[in-house]
Design a protein around this ligand. Structure first.
Ligand code: SF4
Ligand code: SF4
Ligand code: SF4
Length: 499
């Protein structure tokens, strides 16, 4: 073959070296503008094994945020994704597209595993990091019983039964009819009730603990607990004297056998060095059934946030491993497959304080085979009972320290006993089986429509909506705030970084 040459082409010239991009493009999704909240396209890119979101609003320009600090884990987690369940009723129709049609609209991919009911805007604290912007301000709204009934009705029509409800706020215990609402939920036969609380009222009143215990043994407290150092409490909660109050709350609640799960909000450079200490405290305290770690997200009053340098889920897992002297391993953590796989990580462990025996479910059972829903259909020795046990606890509706969780754990691990007859054994496991979850909620910087469409944690509203929690916080919360709340937004302190 003869090569055609042209006087315009110089075959002897030096090859031109094109500049290489500093990141690898791996996906295109949709997000929102952090300023005006309109829906915009968003690239997902990988740079030095970290995953970033990059997007452009026609009016407010480019935004970039770190979304996952370990690409290997990001890719690995994507396998753990199961088909969603269809709710009995959708509350809205498809019109403008996701995320503007919440919800739930018929395009939503998962039912409600965990329903959140905010019963008050009031709080007896004024944390600079509060995403609900709550505080001790007169005139903030307490939900009426009529509104509570309407919310229960919405959930019942969507799910058949209201299975797991998380009561939140504000601080739910300051609602003037707090116990009446708990009683109403019992009448509605809600299976498990979780109360999100800062614990102050439980620390101050044993009577409140007793009254709550008298209402039912299906109530657990998710107790805000950010660490031990007074500087942490001062920075995050505006109260350096908080630790003794938290410890008193744990003492009072455990006296009345009310289940406790600690909730630690993690901020880089502020309390991430105490993650291991809190994990160990959970193991040493029989009354505490679990720990939820939530990286800070910049919504509401919290604005001290560096989108390119903040704690993401893999950082929390690494801190648990490093700070517990490798008691835990990275491979102990799996995503919960109900929502989108980047929405959570979870593990269950058993630690016998007398023998020092320690194991996690993934060390006994090949969890991978059962939670990888793309793979399990071709497993030759598929064990249906094991599958049921694992899927029953690898769920957002699992509540730590409950009979159900222990039963699922033991079934998965092949530990056999009759739960109803062997109460001592059950007690032993209730004290020593622990659940750790990591929940990286989204803000408007890292908002990803893929995650929101499969969200299974839904805010129930008084006007018959079930709104995915991260969409509620980033897009919808404002329209549900009372007039007093809007006025108070200018009064309460912004995050410490703004001072
Ligand atoms: S998040 Fe779900 S309910 Fe909301 S618009 Fe998207 S698909 Fe519909
Ligand atoms: S973060 Fe919780 S405790 Fe703090 S002000 Fe908000 S609702 Fe109250
Ligand atoms: S609340 Fe947010 S982080 Fe949790 S499952 Fe829903 S979208 Fe994912």
């Amino acid at each position: 073959m003869t090569l055609k040459t042209s006087s315009k082409i110089n075959l002897n010239r030096e090859p031109i070296k094109l500049e290489v991009r500093d990141s690898i493009f791996i996906n295109l999704t949709r997000s929102i503008c952090p300023v005006c909240k309109i829906t915009i396209d968003a690239e997902v890119n990988v740079k030095e094994n970290k995953v970033y979101m990059r997007k452009r609003c026609p009016e407010h320009g480019w935004f970039e945020a770190l979304i996952f600090s370990d690409y290997e884990m990001y890719r690995d987690f994507e396998r753990y994704n199961k088909p969603g369940d269809i709710p009995l009723e959708f509350q809205t129709s498809v019109s403008k597209g996701c995320p503007s049609d919440c919800g739930l609209c018929p395009e939503h991919k998962q039912h409600t595993c965990l329903a959140i009911m905010e019963i008050t805007e009031m709080c007896n604290m004024k944390c600079p990091v509060c995403f609900a912007s709550s505080g001790p301000v007169k005139g903030l709204h307490n939900k009426t019983m009529e509104e509570i009934n309407s919310m229960i009705g919405t959930l019942e029509r969507s799910e058949g039964v209201a299975s797991v409800i998380m009561i939140s706020g504000g601080e739910p215990t300051v609602h003037p009819n707090f116990l009446g609402i708990m009683q109403r939920l019992q009448e509605a036969k809600v299976k498990k009730i979780i109360i999100n609380s800062n614990g102050l009222k439980f620390a101050n009143s044993e009577q409140l603990c007793q009254d709550l215990a008298d209402i039912g043994d299906n109530i657990s407290i998710y107790l805000q607990f950010d660490g031990f150092d007074s500087k942490i409490h001062e920075y995050i909660r505006n109260d350096p004297e908080l630790l003794p109050k938290k410890l008193q709350a744990i003492k009072n609640l455990s006296k009345y056998k009310i289940g406790i799960n600690l909730v630690m909000t993690v901020q880089k450079g502020i309390n991430d060095h105490e993650i291991g200490k809190v994990v160990k405290f959970m193991h040493e305290t029989p009354a505490i059934g679990g720990l939820s770690l939530q990286p800070f997200f910049a919504e509401g009053r919290y604005t001290d946030y560096d989108p390119m340098d903040h704690t993401t889920m893999p950082d929390v897992i690494k801190a648990i491993v490093d700070q517990t002297e490798n008691m835990y391993e990275k491979s102990d953590f799996f995503p919960i497959p109900c929502p989108y796989p980047h929405c959570s990580a979870i593990t269950f462990s058993y630690n016998d304080p007398e023998t020092n025996e320690f194991f996690t479910i993934p060390r006994l059972v090949n969890v991978e085979n059962y939670l990888d829903f793309f793979r399990n259909t071709i497993m030759p020795d598929f064990n249906e009972e094991l599958m049921d046990a694992l899927t029953s606890i690898f769920s957002f509706s699992t509540v730590s320290g409950t009979h159900d969780m222990i039963e699922g754990f033991c079934n998965a691990c092949g530990i056999e006993f009759n739960f109803d007859e062997v109460q001592d054994t059950l007690g032993h496991y209730l004290e020593n089986v622990k659940m750790i979850t990591i929940k990286p909620f989204m803000n408007s910087w890292d908002f990803d429509v893929r995650r929101i469409m499969k969200c299974c944690v839904h805010q129930v509203t008084e006007d018959n909506k079930l709104i995915p929690f991260c969409a509620y916080n980033t897009i919808y919360r404002e329209q549900y705030q009372s007039q007093s709340m809007r006025i108070s937004l200018d009064v309460l302190p912004k995050s410490n970084g703004d001072k």
